[in-house]
Design a protein around this ligand. Structure first.
Ligand SMILES: Cc1cc2nc3c(=O)[nH]c(=O)nc-3n(C[C@H](O)[C@H](O)[C@H](O)COP(=O)(O)O)c2cc1C
Length: 152
Protein backbone atom coordinates (compact mmCIF):
# COMPACT_ATOMS: atom_id res chain seq x y z
CA UNK A 1 0.00 0.00 0.00
CA UNK A 2 2.01 2.97 -1.24
CA UNK A 3 -0.68 5.60 -1.18
CA UNK A 4 -2.40 6.95 1.91
CA UNK A 5 -5.19 9.50 1.93
CA UNK A 6 -5.81 11.51 5.06
CA UNK A 7 -9.43 12.70 5.26
CA UNK A 8 -9.86 15.72 7.50
CA UNK A 9 -12.92 17.02 9.32
CA UNK A 10 -12.27 20.12 11.40
CA UNK A 11 -13.91 23.23 12.77
CA UNK A 12 -10.96 25.38 13.82
CA UNK A 13 -8.09 23.73 11.95
CA UNK A 14 -6.37 21.66 14.63
CA UNK A 15 -7.13 18.39 12.86
CA UNK A 16 -5.49 19.82 9.77
CA UNK A 17 -2.28 20.46 11.71
CA UNK A 18 -2.44 16.86 12.86
CA UNK A 19 -2.93 15.70 9.27
CA UNK A 20 0.17 17.65 8.20
CA UNK A 21 2.25 15.82 10.81
CA UNK A 22 0.79 12.45 9.87
CA UNK A 23 1.53 13.11 6.19
CA UNK A 24 5.10 14.12 6.98
CA UNK A 25 5.70 11.00 9.07
CA UNK A 26 4.28 8.74 6.36
CA UNK A 27 6.27 10.47 3.62
CA UNK A 28 9.45 10.05 5.70
CA UNK A 29 8.73 6.29 5.50
CA UNK A 30 8.49 6.45 1.73
CA UNK A 31 4.72 6.56 1.37
CA UNK A 32 2.65 8.91 -0.73
CA UNK A 33 0.37 10.82 1.61
CA UNK A 34 -2.36 13.15 0.44
CA UNK A 35 -4.48 15.38 2.68
CA UNK A 36 -8.11 15.88 1.64
CA UNK A 37 -10.49 18.13 3.55
CA UNK A 38 -13.85 16.39 3.74
CA UNK A 39 -15.75 19.45 2.45
CA UNK A 40 -16.15 18.23 -1.11
CA UNK A 41 -15.66 14.51 -0.64
CA UNK A 42 -18.09 11.85 -1.72
CA UNK A 43 -18.25 8.21 -0.75
CA UNK A 44 -16.54 7.36 -4.05
CA UNK A 45 -13.24 8.66 -2.65
CA UNK A 46 -12.48 5.15 -1.39
CA UNK A 47 -10.36 3.17 -3.83
CA UNK A 48 -8.84 -0.27 -3.44
CA UNK A 49 -5.25 0.79 -3.97
CA UNK A 50 -5.06 3.26 -1.09
CA UNK A 51 -5.28 3.20 2.70
CA UNK A 52 -7.04 5.90 4.69
CA UNK A 53 -6.65 7.92 7.85
CA UNK A 54 -9.70 9.67 9.26
CA UNK A 55 -8.62 12.75 11.17
CA UNK A 56 -11.57 14.42 12.85
CA UNK A 57 -12.51 16.62 15.78
CA UNK A 58 -15.93 16.57 17.50
CA UNK A 59 -18.48 19.35 18.00
CA UNK A 60 -22.01 20.01 19.16
CA UNK A 61 -23.56 17.00 20.86
CA UNK A 62 -20.80 14.64 19.78
CA UNK A 63 -21.21 15.54 16.12
CA UNK A 64 -18.95 15.42 13.09
CA UNK A 65 -17.72 18.97 12.29
CA UNK A 66 -19.78 20.82 9.66
CA UNK A 67 -17.26 20.25 6.90
CA UNK A 68 -17.52 16.46 7.30
CA UNK A 69 -21.26 16.10 7.70
CA UNK A 70 -22.17 15.86 4.01
CA UNK A 71 -19.50 13.20 3.50
CA UNK A 72 -20.84 11.19 6.43
CA UNK A 73 -24.39 11.54 5.07
CA UNK A 74 -23.23 10.38 1.64
CA UNK A 75 -21.65 7.26 3.15
CA UNK A 76 -24.88 6.54 5.01
CA UNK A 77 -27.06 7.06 1.95
CA UNK A 78 -24.98 5.36 -0.73
CA UNK A 79 -23.58 2.57 1.47
CA UNK A 80 -20.54 1.77 -0.71
CA UNK A 81 -18.99 -1.66 -0.30
CA UNK A 82 -15.69 -0.94 1.46
CA UNK A 83 -14.51 -4.54 1.78
CA UNK A 84 -10.74 -4.56 1.35
CA UNK A 85 -10.33 -0.94 2.49
CA UNK A 86 -8.03 -0.35 5.46
CA UNK A 87 -8.13 2.72 7.65
CA UNK A 88 -7.02 4.35 10.89
CA UNK A 89 -8.65 7.00 13.05
CA UNK A 90 -7.06 9.95 14.81
CA UNK A 91 -9.81 11.63 16.82
CA UNK A 92 -9.57 15.02 18.50
CA UNK A 93 -11.80 15.90 21.40
CA UNK A 94 -11.96 17.16 24.94
CA UNK A 95 -12.71 14.97 27.95
CA UNK A 96 -14.68 17.87 29.44
CA UNK A 97 -17.39 16.56 27.08
CA UNK A 98 -17.22 13.19 28.78
CA UNK A 99 -20.44 11.79 27.28
CA UNK A 100 -19.35 12.53 23.75
CA UNK A 101 -15.55 12.38 24.00
CA UNK A 102 -14.09 12.03 20.50
CA UNK A 103 -17.47 10.82 19.29
CA UNK A 104 -17.02 11.90 15.66
CA UNK A 105 -14.02 9.58 15.39
CA UNK A 106 -16.14 6.79 16.86
CA UNK A 107 -18.96 7.56 14.39
CA UNK A 108 -16.61 7.34 11.39
CA UNK A 109 -15.12 4.13 12.75
CA UNK A 110 -18.60 2.58 13.10
CA UNK A 111 -19.66 3.73 9.65
CA UNK A 112 -16.57 2.45 7.85
CA UNK A 113 -16.56 -0.89 9.66
CA UNK A 114 -20.28 -1.37 8.95
CA UNK A 115 -19.49 -0.81 5.28
CA UNK A 116 -16.89 -3.59 5.40
CA UNK A 117 -13.64 -1.68 5.84
CA UNK A 118 -11.05 -2.86 8.38
CA UNK A 119 -9.58 -0.58 11.01
CA UNK A 120 -5.85 -0.91 11.55
CA UNK A 121 -4.70 -0.17 15.10
CA UNK A 122 -6.57 1.57 17.87
CA UNK A 123 -8.39 4.88 17.54
CA UNK A 124 -6.17 7.60 18.95
CA UNK A 125 -8.35 9.82 21.14
CA UNK A 126 -6.64 13.10 21.84
CA UNK A 127 -7.84 15.13 24.82
CA UNK A 128 -7.49 18.89 24.28
CA UNK A 129 -7.51 19.46 28.05
CA UNK A 130 -4.50 17.16 28.57
CA UNK A 131 -2.04 19.96 27.89
CA UNK A 132 -0.38 17.93 25.15
CA UNK A 133 -0.77 19.16 21.58
CA UNK A 134 -2.36 16.64 19.23
CA UNK A 135 0.12 17.43 16.46
CA UNK A 136 2.90 16.35 18.83
CA UNK A 137 1.30 12.88 19.12
CA UNK A 138 0.57 12.56 15.43
CA UNK A 139 3.96 11.51 14.05
CA UNK A 140 4.46 8.67 16.52
CA UNK A 141 0.90 7.46 16.07
CA UNK A 142 1.32 7.50 12.28
CA UNK A 143 4.54 5.47 12.43
CA UNK A 144 2.92 2.81 14.64
CA UNK A 145 -0.16 2.77 12.45
CA UNK A 146 1.96 2.32 9.34
CA UNK A 147 3.86 -0.57 10.94
CA UNK A 148 0.54 -2.27 11.67
CA UNK A 149 -0.71 -1.55 8.16
CA UNK A 150 2.40 -3.02 6.56
CA UNK A 151 2.10 -6.05 8.85
CA UNK A 152 -1.42 -6.90 7.64
C1 LIG B 1 -18.45 24.22 20.98
C2 LIG B 1 -17.55 23.03 21.11
C3 LIG B 1 -18.09 21.76 21.24
C4 LIG B 1 -17.27 20.63 21.40
N1 LIG B 1 -17.85 19.38 21.56
C5 LIG B 1 -17.05 18.32 21.80
C6 LIG B 1 -17.61 17.03 22.05
O1 LIG B 1 -18.83 16.83 22.07
N2 LIG B 1 -16.77 15.99 22.29
C7 LIG B 1 -15.42 16.14 22.30
O2 LIG B 1 -14.70 15.17 22.54
N3 LIG B 1 -14.85 17.35 22.05
C8 LIG B 1 -15.62 18.43 21.79
N4 LIG B 1 -15.04 19.66 21.55
C9 LIG B 1 -13.55 19.78 21.56
C10 LIG B 1 -12.94 19.81 20.16
O3 LIG B 1 -13.25 18.64 19.40
C11 LIG B 1 -11.40 19.90 20.32
O4 LIG B 1 -11.10 21.15 20.90
C12 LIG B 1 -10.62 19.73 19.03
O5 LIG B 1 -9.23 19.70 19.34
C13 LIG B 1 -10.87 20.83 18.02
O6 LIG B 1 -10.24 20.47 16.80
P1 LIG B 1 -10.44 21.30 15.43
O7 LIG B 1 -9.71 22.60 15.60
O8 LIG B 1 -9.79 20.43 14.38
O9 LIG B 1 -11.90 21.48 15.17
C14 LIG B 1 -15.86 20.79 21.41
C15 LIG B 1 -15.31 22.08 21.25
C16 LIG B 1 -16.13 23.18 21.13
C17 LIG B 1 -15.50 24.56 20.99
Amino acid sequence: MEQIKILVSTMTGTAELVADEIAEALQAKGKEAEILLMDDLEAAVFEDDAAYVICTSTYGQGDVPDNGQAFMDDLEETKPDLAGIKYGVFALGDITYDQTFCNAGVLFDKMLSELGAARIGEILKHDASSGELPEDQAGEWAEEWLDSLVGT
